[in-house]
Design a protein around this ligand. Structure first.
Ligand code: ADP
Ligand code: MG
Length: 268
């Protein structure tokens, strides 16, 4: 009688792990099993070590994907923000915001201040923390959001576009007030903020305080209604001082071109 042929132990594991789509477990299997045998690990420890490798790798690639998808104009982190150069950004508050309790509560953050004081930097840095914590994030300038919503409106799909944006926990609306807006554009910006009110978070940045938004949006009522929803639950941080860009270049003088006055509307 010939001995019954048995498959070597674990022969089907590559197939099964492939089915489960756990490539990191497969990669580490042989080495981890050898270590486990050598060191006499309990079964639970062996499984834990393998699964941990898979979960860590998935988390990392998930946050990489979310950061890529958010379309940040540059990669800026809290770690490379020089807080001593910008005392108006109180480090404990910014690090508290990096814990992201506010996104869970659908609150907003507004960064104000002159050009080059770090508004966009801090907005991106907080948003990267949100990506790392598993949130879906999208970055665009106010004008880019308006263009996107205008296109949706032309397709008769504004509502579904706004609904689609609800899938993001955090939107960044950069540079409100860089240029004054047409009435239609201001209405779209209002629609965006109103739709997210108590449903999702926004970070806005602006070179101009709220007092100038009536002029920027071309309508004091729309501005008041928008600001009302934006700041009902919001952290407001006003940065100060000279442009960090100029500081880096070692010159204190601000070029006139960098400061964009709002009052571009004809008064007649
Ligand atoms: P703003 O949006 O206020 O116009 P940015 O955030 O774009 O300014 O900052 C301009 C440049 O200076 C960016 O490259 C930014 O990373 C850098 N920067 C500004 N403030 C700081 C800071 N305190 N520490 C490090 N880099 C800074
Ligand atoms: Mg900016």
């Amino acid at each position: 009688m010939s001995p019954k042929k048995t498959a070597p132990v674990g022969e089907r594991l590559p197939y099964l792990l492939g089915k489960l789509k756990t490539p990191r477990v497969l990669e580490r299997l042989e080495q981890t099993a050898a270590t486990a045998r050598e060191e006499g690990w309990p079964y639970e420890q062996f499984l834990e070590v393998l699964l941990e490798a898979e979960v860590f790798a998935r988390d990392a690639s998930g946050s990489r994907n979310r950061i890529r998808h958010a379309a940040f104009p540059a990669h800026k982190t809290l770690e490379d923000f020089d807080f001593s150069a910008q005392p108006a950004a109180e480090k404990p508050l910014i690090f508290h915001l990096a814990q992201l309790a506010w996104t869970a509560e659908h609150k907003n953050v507004c960064f104000f201040g002159p050009p080059g004081t770090g508004k966009t930097h801090l907005a991106i840095a907080l948003a990267i923390k949100a990506c790392q914590a598993g949130h879906r994030v999208a970055f665009a300038t106010a004008q880019q959001w308006i263009d996107r919503l205008e296109q949706a409106q032309h397709r008769n799909a504004l509502d579904s576009e706004l609904r689609r944006l609800e899938r993001y926990s955090l939107l960044i609306v950069d540079e409100i007030g860089y240029l004054p807006l047409e009435r239609q554009a201001a209405n779209l910006l209002f629609a965006l903020v109103a739709r997210r009110y108590e449903r999702g978070s926004i970070i806005v940045t602006s070179n101009h305080g709220f007092e100038a938004w009536g002029e920027i949006l071309g309508d004091a009522m729309v501005a008041a209604a928008l600001i009302d929803r934006l700041i009902h639950h919001a952290h407001i941080i006003t940065l100060k001082g000279k442009s960090y860009r100029l500081r880096e270049r070692g010159t204190a003088a601000a070029p006139a071109a960098e400061i964009q006055p709002v009052g571009l509307r004809p008064t007649t």
